[in-house]
Design a binder for this molecule. Structure first.
Ligand SMILES: [Zn+2]
Length: 639
């Protein structure tokens, strides 16, 4: 029934009803009829309200919605489970009888309401990615339910690290990753980006460890291992996050700071010293930062992403610590999410580009404010190269290159490609070019204000765009092409970078054999120039060429993960044996999916390295987060 209902609704959202009714010659019949109002309500208003139906959640917020979560958990590193309770405060519509909650890989023990009643519940059959829908029968007067539960060894959001997997090697570590639909594997919750709630938590952990969350955080260790948190701004479930470990806090400014293991903390603090400047630049662009503090936690290397924009506390990979602050655009990105994503959120994962396209656009504007246009131009060109590569990878699935996705019956994680990030950004850049920067900035600022603490669909965004942004005579934004068609609209201009033109000239000189590596002029190159250089090395290189480059520039042993990664990608097809050991230790240490997926893919395509890839994966797999493991399992099982 639920499925039929949602099918009908999604059908409504796709049909132009006016046209349909006109075609059926019903329009005139209704024009003067007293039934007209209810017709409007039934066929226009109701579907419009329901547009945001999220196919990745069983929740029925139109009947009962969670408005506040009170979480009470004890973290047990011996058993590798977290157990306790989640109290959900409810907003019930009249006549509602059931609460639907998303769960996956959880052990649900019992459920009571605020009146002390034990409530009846059942778990529906296990669905791939979505887990088991939990149906709870409410009493007429139940205002909240408390679910007693424990996580399991399968709970995919949680990664439990043994001491050997940490920097300090003495204490275990735990962190969560909720996006896209993994929060339900550690909290029974309405796990939809369209449903927002405030929350509080009490977390108990062994005394020698410190707990931080995506809320108000301690800066010192507690004496008894008990930590309390609050988040008074409503957020969706994917933005609730937890990390437990041997952590140290270093303040960077009045409202920014960094958490990391003690042996990593000083390096992290020095790398991220510009955070306050970034925050000031971001506020100057699009309005006040709404979340109080902005801190970053640098996690152990198995963290599957570059960064995760958990409110007040960005979770970041240690692979951004390059020693020269050259990879901090990632922090600008996560910071930008404090507006796009966290303040204004995609209502469903089909609208993911609203989170990421805006954030990439905003990130580059922050970098431009801080380091100049020639700097952010380099980022734009590298991003464009990533987009072209993604379009090539998805050439057999053109539907996945639309901005508005259709991920029903698929993992929501499938939508997390560069399409949302780079095509989304390119769309916004194209609007900026057409209407001018001042007009576009005013629009973006008003958009963040209008939809603050709300979740919206692509369609709602388009309506707001056409209402709010005045177009110069004859200008068209081609929104339908950008949003609902595959690829990039014809006539879109390609980003250019003057600094990269110099790099290309240096590279050409080396390729032509006129200049050996030692004679190349590379003074003052940032990571970005190096990436441009390495990405455009000839597809086929001789051993001599690779040896010469590596001897001069030390790519194989570079401490910079982006440079190492690009270099490995360039030399894997060319059988550069000298890089093998370094590649292997990189794969065994780093769990960031953006790096390990292309590396394994390239190795599997290479006859010399395909068996080696399988061997390395077998030994490294247990050290990766479930998000990375799932993607890599698919890769290795398809080969
Ligand atoms: Zn992002």
């Amino acid at each position: 029934m639920e499925q039929v209902f949602s099918k009908v609704l999604s059908l409504f959202s796709k049909i132009d009803l006016t046209k349909l009714v006109e075609q059926a010659s019903l329009w005139r019949l209704f024009c003067f009829h007293p039934m007209r109002l209810s017709f409007y309500l039934l066929f226009f208003l109701f579907p419009a309200l329901m547009l945001a139906h999220d196919t990745h959640s069983c929740a029925k917020p139109q009947e009962v919605a969670v408005r506040h979560l009170a979480l009470k958990l004890t973290v047990d590193f011996e058993k590798k489970i977290a157990s306790g309770s989640a109290q959900l405060q409810l907003d019930r519509k009249q006549g509602s009888k059931e609460l639907w909650v998303d769960t996956r890989q959880l052990n649900i023990q019992s459920i009571t309401d605020d009146l002390g009643n034990k409530l009846k519940f059942d778990l529906q059959s296990d669905k791939p990615w979505l887990g088991k829908a939990l149906r709870i029968e409410l009493n007429d007067l139940s205002k909240s339910v408390t679910i007693f539960y424990a996580t399991t060894s399968e709970s995919a959001a949680l990664q439990w690290l043994n001491p050997e997997q940490t920097e300090g090697k003495k204490h275990p570590f735990l962190f969560t990753q909720g996006q896209a639909i993994l929060s339900r594997t550690w909290i029974p919750i309405q796990d939809s980006p369209g449903i927002r709630f405030t929350w509080e938590a009490e977390i108990t952990t062994p005394k020698e460890l410190m707990v931080v969350m995506s809320g108000n955080n301690p800066q010192e260790r507690s004496e008894n291992g008990v930590y309390k948190f609050r988040m008074n701004q409503p957020v969706p479930a994917y933005l609730v996050a937890l990390a437990v470990g041997d952590l140290q806090f270093i303040s960077l400014s009045e409202r920014t700071g960094v958490y990391a293991e003690p042996s990593m903390a000083p390096r992290a603090a020095s790398e991220l010293a510009d955070m306050e400047k970034m925050l000031v630049a971001a506020e100057a662009l699009y309005g006040k930062y709404q979340w109080g503090r902005y801190d970053v936690i640098v996690l152990p290397p198995s963290f599957p992403f570059g960064g995760m924009e958990n409110p007040r506390l960005t979770f970041a990979t240690p692979t951004i610590i390059a020693g020269d602050r050259s990879l901090t655009s990632l922090i600008a990105h996560e910071l930008a999410h404090s507006w796009s994503g966290n303040l204004v959120t995609n209502a469903t994962w089909d609208d993911f580009w609203l989170n990421e396209g805006f954030t990439v656009y905003f990130e580059r504007r922050i970098m431009e404010s801080l380091y100049g246009k020639d700097y952010s131009d380099m980022l734009a060109v590298l991003g464009y190269q990533d987009l072209i590569e993604t379009l090539e990878d998805l050439k057999d699935h053109p539907e996945d290159t639309r901005l508005k996705l259709s991920l029903e019956n698929r993992d929501a994680d499938d939508g997390m490609t560069d399409i949302a990030y780079e095509k989304g950004c390119l769309f916004l850049v194209s609007i900026e070019k057409k209407v001018g920067r001042d007009a576009f900035d005013a629009f973006v600022k008003s958009y963040f204000k209008e939809y603050a603490f709300k979740s919206i669909t692509t369609e709602e965004f388009l309506k707001y765009l056409s209402r709010q942004l005045k177009l110069p005579e004859g200008v068209q934004l081609q929104t339908n092409e950008w949003i609902y068609s595959a690829g990039i609209p014809a006539g879109t201009s390609t980003p250019k970078s003057a600094r990269f033109e110099q790099v290309d000239a240096v590279l050409a000189s080396w390729v032509s054999g006129n200049t050996p590596s030692v004679g190349l002029v590379v003074d003052g190159w940032t990571t970005h120039e190096w990436l441009q250089f390495i990405r455009h090395l000839p597809e086929t290189m001789t051993q001599e060429q690779m040896k010469e480059l590596d001897a001069t520039f030390g790519f194989t042993r570079s401490g910079n993960s982006e440079i190492q990664f690009a270099w490995f990608m360039a030399v894997i097809p060319n059988a550069f044996l000298q890089a093998d050991n370094s590649l292997e230790s990189f794969l065994k240490k780093v769990g960031r999916r953006k790096f390990v997926l292309p590396l394994y893919t390239a190795m599997l395509k290479n006859e010399r390295l395909s068996a080696k890839a399988k061997e390395i994966y077998q030994s490294a797999r247990s050290g990766y987060h479930a998000v990375t493991v799932q993607t890599l399992d698919e890769l290795f099982s398809s080969k």
